[in-house]
Design a protein around this ligand. Structure first.
Ligand SMILES: Nc1ncnc2c1ncn2[C@@H]1O[C@H](COP(=O)(O)OP(=O)(O)OP(=O)(O)O)[C@@H](O)[C@H]1O
Ligand SMILES: [Mg+2]
Length: 386
């Protein structure tokens, strides 16, 4: 559990911070009025996040960050400041201040910064705690990931999830491409209920209610669809996504997450919650470089590289690259190769996954094979694909 300390003379500012943190996590929040109080607190215990409010003079706040930051580099400092001069921003950056938020901006800027810091803290705690997963919950979360668009994440997520459901597993597919999710189209499902409903009723949300927001596919797969309107995505904060994913673990054996082509906090929240991450690359230099850089970035953020797997889509494209070389260059275990086939766009247009539409095709067999590997892996995937 993360702890947040907020320093500000204005009680209502501190209460707003408390309410924001509590709406997203069960983190402890301590309210302090002065920097001297903060110094006293830090002698007793370190908060994970220290937010300094606008009533504290910026120069004093930066002096304080300089002292405490040097002593305790592990604390994420967030500064809400009326002074946004370039000198201030430069100094804050040099001191390693996490975020500087304008005092006269909308509250969402403060809340987003807080939730970002909380998400990163939970990542660090998870990594330091030695693994992912929520205590007392059973379902396994796998995320299909690529920061590049159009590589086949949604095709792979929908087909693998459908194949797993058809083989008898209790599976939930989550469309976390919150603005432009298209799993509903690929599976021909009406978005009568979406993740937006779950978030709107977040205060009352429990497992039973969440179950009611899932849409059932004919294969038995249950789907938590993306919002219908792209602007609704703004209401879906990372804290809430984390909590919803935690609840979903109690509702299924396997939770498959489809993600947007991005490296944002939503994708990080999915990866954070995942037991295994399947990075999708296509056989072109740009995609391979992109995948390598993304995995390196995740590594720098402290994610366990042991959870990363590689899937190559359109693997037989007529290019000079060899799958083994690609695996070597990306340094993640290659667990699936999906050929390019015109049956795939046809199945997308029909709203029928290719594993159902053309089950005997090579492309469907490769996707079923990948689903089997995910199913038997538990935490470990069987041998390499060559
Ligand atoms: N193996 C394949 N063979 C032929 N076409 C494919 C294959 N995989 C995906 N496609 C086609 O590529 C297009 C993009 O696939 P998809 O939507 O799954 O990509 P994505 O990574 O989810 O993209 P985005 O990041 O935009 O969500 C689709 O129209 C699909 O039909
Ligand atoms: Mg997609």
């Amino acid at each position: 559990m993360a702890s947040v300390a907020v320093v500000d003379m204005d009680v209502s500012f501190c209460r707003r911070v408390r309410a924001t943190v509590k709406s997203a996590t069960d983190s402890r929040v301590e309210e302090l009025r002065t920097l001297a109080d903060a110094t006293a607190l830090m002698e007793l215990r370190e908060p994970d996040i220290l937010l300094i409010g606008p009533s504290i003079a910026t120069a004093e706040a930066l002096d304080f960050c300089e002292c405490s930051g040097r002593v305790r580099p592990s604390i994420a400092m967030v500064l809400v400041s009326a002074d946004e001069s370039s000198d201030t921003l430069r100094r804050a950056m040099r001191l390693g201040v996490h975020d500087v938020i304008p005092a006269d901006g909308p509250w969402t800027e403060v809340s987003d910064a807080l939730l970002r810091a909380l998400a990163e803290t939970s990542v660090v705690q998870r990594v330091e705690g030695g693994g992912s997963g929520q205590p007392g919950s059973s379902g396994r979360i796998v995320t299909v990931f690529s920061t590049k668009g159009g590589v086949g994440k949604s095709v792979i997520a929908c087909n693998v999830a459908t194949a797993l459901a058809r083989s008898g597993s209790n599976v939930i597919l989550v469309d976390l491409d919150l603005q432009f999710g298209d799993t509903g189209i690929m599976l021909d499902l009406k978005p009568e209920r979406t993740i937006f409903d779950a978030v709107q009723n977040y205060d009352r949300l429990d497992e039973d209610m969440l179950r009611g927001y899932l849409v059932r596919h004919s294969s038995g797969l249950q789907v938590l669809l993306a919002p219908v309107h792209p602007e609704d995505a703004d209401a879906i904060t990372v804290g809430r996504i984390g909590a919803i994913l935690g609840m979903l673990r109690t509702l299924a054996d396997i939770i498959v997450i489809d993600t947007a082509a991005a490296f944002d906090e939503v994708v990080l929240a999915a990866i954070d919650a995942s037991d295994t991450v399947y990075a999708v690359a296509t056989m072109d230099v740009a995609s391979i470089k992109n995948t390598r850089v993304s995995l390196q970035k995740l590594d720098q953020l402290g994610y366990d590289g042991g959870r990363m797997r590689l899937v190559i889509n359109r693997a037989d494209s007529k290019v000079w690259l060899d799958a083994g070389e690609v695996e070597h260059s990306i340094s993640a275990e290659l667990v699936g190769k999906v050929p390019s086939d015109r049956l795939v766009p046809r199945s997308v247009n029909r709203g029928v996954p290719v594993v159902v539409d053309s089950p005997r095709s090579a492309v469907a067999r490769s996707l079923v094979d990948l689903a089997e590997k995910i199913s038997i892996s538990g935490s470990e995937v069987a041998g390499n694909v060559t």
